[in-house]
Design a protein around this ligand. Structure first.
Ligand code: NAD
Ligand code: MG
Length: 399
């Protein structure tokens, strides 16, 4: 019997970013088994056209509708048959279309929710890097994916590590025997500093991550430890596990990507160099292992693996995220929106580093928590939380 084999058709939403570029690197290593069929980005139209020249997708989309003409003429000038599209709705439609069977959700922030949801509803294999969509709408997103049969594979090194240890996404399934999940954290560029020493840190210092090369927003989140807070909420939804069974351990070498402890006393961990191409190769090839371009781990030359407890005094964002998860309802959406606004203001030099947790705490305490179930309700809360955070920024003494 001959088996017909058609290559995986991959849509990359956020193609010009750090995760998008790593995904394209892995895909290009396997021309017989996969190709990039759709590339989408926010506003960097030149970078998108350059990627189209190399990867020759069927469709290219830019989220900013004003850039349609530049995308169209850029593709035409390059002599490409790639079809141009613009606007957020075009991204949603492409994510759900027959042009792809796999979607890499690598847009940063809540801006990625709509297309991530569209891919989940359409039953795609969903390589989910856009953790903010899980924080904002985790119940909705996992419910829709379960209903359509969409297979979510986490593209966050920690969650991908747990996925590899469990070989599934369900830590609560009968017989899985999971006692707890332990997320590792690098500690970011300011590990070991006191709160007072964080007062005057600059955006340039905050985005200079010691171990990972990532986009600016997640780099600041790593510096405040909000990234680990978002990841605790992400793990709760992805693995269907209570927050009380998720722990965080700081591991500065970033080689142990996370661990799962079982009821029989076993602990499984996944190790590797800090390079997201390994994570993406797992998502693209699963359940098979494929080459990623990342070399193996030489533990002898690495020398040692250290672990320490996170400092919640100096980095209150992790505590705030834990509280928001325990409160449930609208609280994680409020936390996420406030954080996005605060991080953006910090990157623009409009607020200080310590204002990030202060603004998140302010917005969480200003908006009452409520039960939410629909996308419209979540988006309204997201918008309201953004307004409250913005107006608090304009009232800050040094703003
Ligand atoms: P990045 O800033 O490097 O790239 C972001 C991408 O999103 C770009 O392609 C940009 O054009 C696109 N984009 C921005 N706004 C958009 C909009 N409104 N509509 C459509 N597209 C838009 O970010 P990144 O580091 O690649 O991170 C992407 C996501 O992956 C984030 O949610 C992040 O938390 C997650 N993640 C990243 C890493 C990493 O190593 N970089 C690791 C784990 C998780
Ligand atoms: Mg991570």
């Amino acid at each position: 019997m001959s088996v017909s084999f058609s290559p995986r058709q991959v849509a990359i939403l956020g193609a010009t970013g750090s995760i998008g570029t790593s995904a394209l690197d892995v895909i290009a290593r396997h021309p017989a088994r996969m190709r990039a069929s759709v590339l989408a980005a926010g506003s960097n139209v030149e970078a998108l056209v350059a990627l189209c020249r190399t990867h020759r997708p069927d469709h290219a989309a830019i989220a900013d509708p004003a850039l349609y003409e530049r995308l169209r003429s850029g593709l035409a000038d390059a002599g490409l048959s790639t079809q141009p599209h613009a606007g957020p709705e075009a991204l949603d439609a492409l994510a759900a279309s027959d042009s792809c069977d796999t979607v890499v959700a690598a847009i940063v922030g809540a801006a990625g929710l709509s297309s991530t949801l569209a891919a989940a509803r359409a039953g795609k294999r969903l390589l989910l890097a856009n953790k903010e969509s899980l924080v904002l709408a985790g119940e909705l997103l996992t419910r829709e994916a379960a209903a359509s049969g969409a297979e979510i594979i986490p593209i966050d090194s920690e969650h991908n590590a747990i996925f590899q240890c469990l070989r599934s996404r369900d830590a609560s399934v009968e017989g899985a025997g999971v006692r707890r999940i332990i997320l590792t954290a690098s500690g970011g560029p300011f590990r070991g500093r006191t709160r007072a020493e964080l007062e005057a840190v600059t955006p340039a210092q905050a985005v200079a991550h010691p171990k990972w090369s990532m986009g600016p927003k997640i780099s600041v989140d790593s510096a405040t430890l909000m990234n680990k807070g978002l990841e605790v909420i992400e793990a709760h939804h992805l693995f269907n596990i209570a927050g009380s069974r998720i722990d965080v351990l700081v591991h500065p070498q970033s080689l142990v990507h996370s661990l799962v402890e079982f009821i029989d006393g076993s602990t499984l961990a996944q190790l590797g160099l800090p390079d997201m191409r390994t994570t993406l190769a797992v998502g693209l090839g699963w359940p098979q292992r494929i080459e990623s371009g990342v070399s193996g781990l030489d533990l002898l030359s690495q020398g040692r693996l250290d672990f320490e407890a996170p400092d919640l005094e100096a980095f209150p964002c992790l505590r705030l995220a834990w509280q928001a998860m325990d409160a449930g309802g609208s609280a994680p959406a409020i936390l996420n929106a406030a954080n996005e606004v605060a991080v953006s203001a910090f990157l623009q030099g409009r607020t200080g580093f310590l204002s990030i947790p202060a603004l998140v705490e302010h917005t969480l305490s200003t908006l009452p928590g409520e039960a939410v179930d629909t996308l419209d309700a979540l988006l309204a809360i997201d918008a309201h939380a953004r307004q409250i955070t913005e107006s608090a920024i304009t009232r800050l003494p040094h703003a």
